[in-house]
Design a protein around this ligand. Structure first.
Ligand SMILES: NC(=O)c1ccc[n+]([C@@H]2O[C@H](COP(=O)([O-])OP(=O)(O)OC[C@H]3O[C@@H](n4cnc5c(N)ncnc54)[C@H](OP(=O)(O)O)[C@@H]3O)[C@@H](O)[C@H]2O)c1
Length: 243
């Protein structure tokens, strides 16, 4: 945070909230009409999480490019989703999106970062992926110690990573969009205000309430096993837990 702002007593979280509010207002009707246009979203990792989000986002009018290392296996999903969906390789998905969802077993993150560096450069990246010792190998303890958000930003060489959807169970994500009487909250964290505003829009469009916890470093507080990683809270309940 710039020195002059911290001297005025503004916290980094307060500044991110204010900036994302302003950018969000522009994105949701206060600004140029083109800000309301559907987004092009590339999806790397079209499993339980990526597949559920592809369905929600197409329903909301966005255009998605789902991907697999075996793209032919996505034929049924693309047929189900209709003309706003395309399928191909992870590289093609990275190239397609102005926003790229990365939702893979965390052990794949170093390879995604090195193989698709060119395609991902400058893109808004939404990361759902959780490092797990049993699944993701010897890198997992260090990724967990640093926090998954900070680790993803390093591995993908990006300042535009937003953590989101990492602590909602896949069944809730698929089946509880627009829950009544209160939507399920999705804690998010990031360092780039424009990327945060876009992620907030996409969380809302998927049927959930975004709650900005703070920076990517602070997003560690909702890494799995951490205090804010409680899948099915409402926004009011989640905000009450943020320190
Ligand atoms: N399941 C949950 O409840 C849940 C909830 C929140 C967050 N998460 C986290 O979100 C991430 C995705 O979870 P998920 O449950 O959706 O997993 P999943 O169903 O196993 O899907 C993961 C997808 O990643 C793709 N993939 C694997 N290695 C890849 C690589 N090297 N390059 C490109 N794509 C690769 C696979 O596609 P192909 O094999 O077809 O290429 C697969 O479809 C994980 O990190 C998980 O911890 C999971």
């Amino acid at each position: 945070m710039p020195r002059q702002l911290s001297h005025l007593g503004f916290s980094r979280r307060a500044l991110l909230v204010a900036a994302s509010f302003v950018l969000g207002a522009i994105a949701f009707g206060g600004g140029a009409a083109h800000a309301q246009e559907p987004l092009k979203i590339g999806i790397i990792g079209t499993g339980k999480i990526g597949g559920a989000l592809a369905r929600h986002w197409v329903k909301a009018g966005h255009e998605v490019f789902v991907s697999s290392r075996h793209p032919e296996e996505l034929a049924d999903l693309v047929k189900e989703l209709g003309p706003k969906a395309h399928a191909g390789t992870p590289r093609e998905a990275a190239a397609f999106g102005s926003v790229v969802l990365v939702s893979v077993p965390y052990g794949a993150m170093p390879q995604v970062g090195s193989d698709f560096a060119k395609e991902l450069a400058g893109k808004v990246i939404i990361d759902t992926s959780n490092p797990s010792l049993s699944r993701d190998g010897p890198g997992a303890p260090e990724w967990q110690r640093k926090g998954a958000g900070v680790s993803t930003a390093e591995l993908l060489k990006s300042t535009r990573v937003v953590r989101a959807y990492n602590c909602i169970p896949a069944a809730s994500l698929a089946g509880q969009a627009n829950r009544q009487p209160a939507r399920i909250a999705i804690p998010i964290g990031g360092d780039d205000a424009t990327a945060i505003a876009i992620a907030e829009r996409l969380v809302r469009d998927s049927g959930f309430d975004p709650v900005l916890v703070g920076s990517l470093a602070k997003s560690r507080e909702f890494d799995l096993g951490q205090p804010l990683a409680q899948g099915n809270l409402s926004a009011v309940e989640l905000r009450a837990k943020i320190k």
